[in-house]
Design a protein around this ligand. Sequence first.
Ligand code: ADP
Ligand code: ZN
Length: 727
Amino acid sequence: MNRELNKWRVIPVMVPMPAERPYSYAVPEGVPVEPGSILRVPLGPREVAGVAWDGDGEPVEAARLRQISQVFDCPPLPAEMRRFIEWVAAYTLSPPGMVARMALRAPAAFDPEPPVEGFCLTERRPDRLTAARERVLAQAADGQAWTRSGLAHAAGVSLSVIDGLIAQGVFEKVEIPPRPIVPPPDIDFGVQELNPEQKAAAERLREKVGAGVFGVTLLDGVTGSGKTEVYFEAVATALAAGKQVLILLPEIALTQAFLERFHDRFGAKPAEWHSDLPPRRRERVWRQVAEGQLRVVAGARSALFLPFRELGLIVVDEEHDPAYKQEDRVFYNARDMSVVRARLGNFPVVLASATPSIESRVNADQGRYERIVLSARFADAALPQLSAIDMRKAPPARGGFLSPVLIEAMARTIGRNEQALLFLNRRGYAPLTLCRVCGHRFQCPNCSSWLVEHRFRRQLACHHCGHNEPQPEACPECGTLDHLVPCGPGVERIAEEVDRHFPQARTIVLSSDLLGGIKRLRLELEAIANGEADIVVGTQLVAKGHNFPNMTLVGVVDADLGLANGDPRAAERTFQLLSQVTGRAGRTGKASIGLLQTYQPDHPVMQALVSGNAEQFYEREIAERERARMPPFGRLASLIVSAASRAEAENHARALRRAAPAASEIDVLGPAEAPLALVAGRHRFRLLVQGTRRSDLQAYLRQLLSKAERPRGSIRVQVDIDPQSFL
Ligand code: ADP
Ligand code: ZN
């Protein structure tokens, strides 16, 4: 290898590693590399894909300087994306290399898609015409390029007929360029008639998108008010201006109905992006987004890191949804980072929700966001009439969990051939198994959590680490047979109770751990929408985005469930989740009800839901946050220290505490053992860092972490800015 340095230049390359800054590599003179170019570079014993970064490479001694291996034939990562990666890294205190890694997770996409082999008719005729051959010639007479199998299929002949014609030179080989995975959207395809309120909202969004500058709009509309129809008009405006559009959805894999609606409006589906896509499909989406062939992507949070080159609008649907928070490696909130992405790209962003996050509401109240309200359901569909069932006054029968009030309402509902949904946010049969003789409780060997009984699978399973074991017959402690009792309900147990009361009804259990995975879930959701079930028992995945036209009763089995933990957002979350779940009812004009089983009917959350007075709830909750200096009136970060032994974790957490600099606007609380003290064999301690709104939490944390001893051995420190989970 020629190592004369005057024939090289040194460039910075961001590699997909926990690297704090780009590494330097040599590029031979004349090789075209610009900032953003995607390169293959050697890294230790491996080769990885990295991105040429801006500026000059840091000088490296000649002996250690390595040469890039390849410049991929791929559009460079736009400057906007590079600035976004740097911004997210600085904000979340993550190594920029790890953020870049999220933007590069489609390895085979960096090489162009190979063209498809196609065949075109030539001037030459076959030696002998058969009926089959005639059909082929007629089919191909349009002069288009066909694939072998496509043509055989269209003409209704076998492949050998095609091969015979190719051999005779009747067809010649051509290259068919790869096609976009979805056809381009047609903005005039299925324009909807909007009602006056929707029209005004759409008009305002169109103006904002048309202006093409940064701004955040909170589209705040009750469930069923047509937020989707309204923001589709913003999408149409962005497309008409030649921009790409990103629509983020919390459960895209399950919202097939959304894709259909998009198709109805734009005559084609959007490209989907989520972790359940096959790798090859993801790679094609990545590539075609980079090339600008794909104009609209509907995706999960990670779609924010796709290499859009002309992004002009982001819509974040259900903006309050906790699923937007990633709590793994790089801890980020895709809703918040969408706003950052839009600011860097100078384009508008729309946050849509029936129950906006307190953060977004305050931003709107204080004038940083514009708020557009849709106050009524579309086409006179009435919101469900909600009421609380006071479980102290109308308790379930012994051994059951459903109040007679709820059971009667279910009987009336299915008697009218309508559907009922029972909601319980707990998978499995029972959250705890107990030995009645010695009191032994089945706990996960790796985590501080109880094992959940899954009766259908005949297993006890840990919902934190995935550990599972066969359902035992004897107590491992005292050896007694057949005295193990399940405590508390999960959806499977509720379904069993439903079966006892309504043996004739068609009951479906829906939770994310159903055998058959995502495909099965989609089928079940479709079946419910088509009326093929009378009673649905489900976890929160039935709450999101589905339209069940015949569903007129929603029963919440345990409305208090989410209020029990010490999370500062517990009330907000419960309000949002239960509004969304009960909002599944009455979407087509039939009278509908929602019943909340609760032991605390006077709780502000229950009161807000039952009275329908969301405003009052928001006011209270906002005042409470302000008083406690909680976000958005103050800033929060968590430091989570974990290690193989409890002592190591605790000692390091204490060391971090000691390293905390004194600051007037920032307090450090803890360390305390985490509520989930053990997860997957790692012991956990938490520190909470709380600052005023103006405080620079990131600068403070950087100082703290640099003063403290570096974590060694099994110790790991995770920084979680704006934490959503406190477990
Ligand atoms: P949201 O997202 O606010 O809950 P959706 O956008 O899902 O509401 O609308 C609820 C239902 O009303 C959907 O079935 C939708 O197709 C229908 N709908 C809303 N607005 C219109 C409209 N202008 N024309 C036709 N149907 C509409
Ligand atoms: Zn576990």
